[in-house]
Design a protein around this ligand. Structure first.
Ligand SMILES: C[S@@+](CC[C@H](N)C(=O)[O-])C[C@H]1O[C@@H](n2cnc3c(N)ncnc32)[C@H](O)[C@@H]1O
Length: 616
């Protein structure tokens, strides 16, 4: 098995981890890039005559590369004996280079004997985030580095500059009033290393000064350093650079060009609404290609906003993005000036506030958000997009699923308080649909089936889900098992309506809902078998792929006597409504319309939707 990057914080400082790591990574493994990407900054701080100490050399080629460009007096140390042996062996042709098994916390070197200490990735490795026990070790290392550094010596740390690293570094060196602290952002885009890399340089003065020494920040490719007042200023600059790198990284991935066009003549930036980044349209290559075609642009830059960001308006987003997106604009006027371009978005959902976020072992990251939809505020669970109000449904596809009632012999849309019926909702999410049914159909017994116990807990904690209602039965189990048990069980288990609202993460197959197995022959047969004789299935189908949609409808159609489809106007959802028996074809909407109880807003909404019900 491959040992790659350390998985837990303790592993970083555990010699056993490194032993295993290097046993597998026999060839040089360059943390944060090699001399080609770091050299331009390193050379500012190195002189050929310097005595250089490299701490935690691992099996990096850095010492060899420095040697080959003229720096000879390099001692590299590491606590791992195997890598030291390997380095010694590999550098036989470079006798000036020394490699020794030693700890950076206790080098045994003479005081003030070193001009440059070089650390690439070792500080990051020794001080994982949130590991208090490592702080002491790192303090020892800092003290030791300060001890061995000669006057005007440079302590150079190549790092990802996570906040705890930068704070620890500043906290140690700034109060001494003896070090000039400088932070460089490296342009490592060509190195293949996916994260932004920084170099921290602490330059030692001859003696302590009466006042704090300056702190400076140098952006990649800029000569001039910016002076910063305190640790927060430093962190802000670093964060800005990290943000830019993440942005460029994201955009780099999501720039879609028309393959048939040699020179792009039109360009737009598409902003993915917050919370929609998992949709097929944005999350898959095929989806993004189709988005570009829909936008009718030769080049489309698709921008995913970070969930933690909050923006008051689309204009605010544009302002923040313009300095980046302009760089991607291929459309220039005759003077080479980039032409105006559009920002586009779906813009229908606006996240007002994130109430809670977390991670479930089964479903991964989730968040509960208050969102504005059609000028009304709703609460939804990111995975299932459910609204909190049990009086109305925020999701159009839920409203449409209620049309399944129209195909029932005893129609609950006519007498919602009187018709006894059994409904199973597969996929609970925030529990909104199931909760809505319990609240609005006085005689309905609702079974909610959910695989992930964390989702049930979210429904209870954040959505006032009526789990205690005697008419509500929550089953934490695989919906497929539920279907099999019900289909094979006795008549008392059968349901009048089964609503399938199961999200899937298998976006690559072009099917976000339901998971593909639920459209398999066996599952569809169980769905049919789990219904009463005149029962109705409502299945939420989410795909942008027309072929996938067509195949799904054909499959469902083969298992049920009649099938109707309602396509959403706002969203990608299609709701398939399938009746087990032939009874209601052609569907008599007129007769039904006349008898509906329109005093209830949700039934009024059903009336509007009935027109969209197209029997296939
Ligand atoms: C992330 S690797 C960096 C390797 C190398 N500098 C590079 O750029 O590829 C961290 C290295 O620190 C070494 N190490 C861990 N604790 C150490 C210590 N106290 N003193 C010296 N080296 C140590 C590990 O053995 C490992 O080689």
């Amino acid at each position: 098995m491959a040992v790659s990057l350390p998985k837990s914080s303790v592993e970083f400082s555990d010699p056993a981890y490194w032993k295993k790591f290097f046993a597998i990574h026999r060839s040089p493994f360059e943390w944060y890039g090699d001399y080609a990407s770091l050299g331009a900054v390193l050379e500012k701080y190195l002189k050929p005559a310097d005595d250089i100490l490299q701490v935690g050399c691992g099996n990096s080629r850095l010492a060899s590369e420095l040697h080959d460009v003229g720096y000879r007096r390099i001692l590299s140390i590491d606590t791992n004996a195997a890598v030291i042996a390997e380095q010694t062996n590999r550098n036989r042709e470079r006798p000036a280079l020394k490699f020794e098994v030693k700890s950076a916390t206790e080098t045994g070197l003479d005081p003030e004997s070193i001009n440059v200490v070089l650390d690439k990735g070792t500080l990051d490795a020794l001080l994982p985030p949130g590991d208090e026990s490592a702080v002491e070790l790192v303090e020892h290392m800092f003290d030791e580095m300060a001890r061995v550094l000669a006057s005007s010596g440079r302590y150079i740390v190549v790092t990802l500059a996570q906040e705890h690293i930068v704070r620890a570094w500043i906290k140690h060196f700034l109060p001494t009033n003896q070090y000039i602290l400088r932070i460089h952002k490296i342009d490592n885009t060509a190195s293949g290393f996916p994260m932004p890399v920084f170099i921290l340089v602490a330059t030692k003065m001859k003696m302590r000064m009466p006042m704090p020494m300056p702190m400076e920040f140098c952006r990649a490719g800029q000569e001039k350093a910016v002076r910063l007042a305190d640790a927060n200023g430093v962190l802000e600059s670093i964060n800005g650079e990290q943000y830019l790198s993440r942005f460029v990284h994201l955009c780099g991935k999501f720039i879609v060009d028309d393959p048939a066009v040699a020179e792009a003549k039109s360009y737009a930036v598409f902003i993915v609404p917050i919370g929609r980044d998992g949709d097929w349209l944005f999350a898959t290559e095929k989806g993004r290609r189709s988005l570009r075609v829909q936008c009718e642009k030769d080049r489309l830059a698709i921008v995913t906003l970070f969930r933690e960001s909050s923006y008051a308006s689309l204009d605010e987003i544009k302002d923040e993005l313009t300095s980046f997106t302009i760089r991607l604009n291929p459309v220039k006027d005759t003077k080479g000036v980039p032409k105006r371009y559009d920002f586009v978005s779906l813009g229908e959902h606006d996240v007002k506030k994130t109430i809670a976020t977390g991670e479930s072992a089964m479903n991964g990251r989730w968040s509960v958000e208050d969102v504005l939809i059609r000028d009304k505020e709703y609460r939804r669970l990111k995975k299932g997009k459910k609204a909190i109000s049990f009086d109305t449904l925020a999701c159009e596809h839920h409203e449409v699923m209620l049309l399944s009632f129209a195909l029932l012999e005893a129609c609950p849309l006519v007498r919602p308080d009187e018709v006894p019926l059994k409904v199973a909702v597969l996929g609970l999410g925030g529990g909104l649909l199931a909760g809505f049914l319990v609240k609005n159909l006085a005689k309905a017994r609702v079974t909610g089936v959910e695989l992930d116990p964390a989702v049930v807990k979210i429904a209870n904690d954040h959505f006032a889900f009526p789990s205690a209602d005697p008419r509500m039965d929550v089953r934490v189990m695989d919906a497929l098992d539920y279907l099999r048990e019900t289909a094979e069980g006795d008549e008392s288990l059968k349901q009048d309506v089964i609503m399938v609202d199961l999200a899937s993460s298998m976006t690559e197959e072009g099917l976000s809902c339901p998971p593909p197995v639920f459209l398999g022959e066996q599952a569809l047969e169980w769905m049919r078998g789990a219904l009463t004789e005149n029962g109705v299935l409502a299945l939420n189908l989410v795909t942008r792929d027309e072929d996938v949609s067509k195949a799904a409808k054909e499959k469902v159609g083969r298992h049920f006597a009649s099938l109707a489809v309602v396509s959403s106007e706002e969203d990608v959802n299609e709701v398939l409504i399938a009746a087990r028996s032939e009874a209601k074809t052609p569907f008599d909407t007129k007769k039904l319309m006349a008898s509906l109880d329109r005093s209830r807003p949700w039934i009024k909404k059903c009336v509007e939707n009935i027109d969209k019900l197209a029997m296939l």
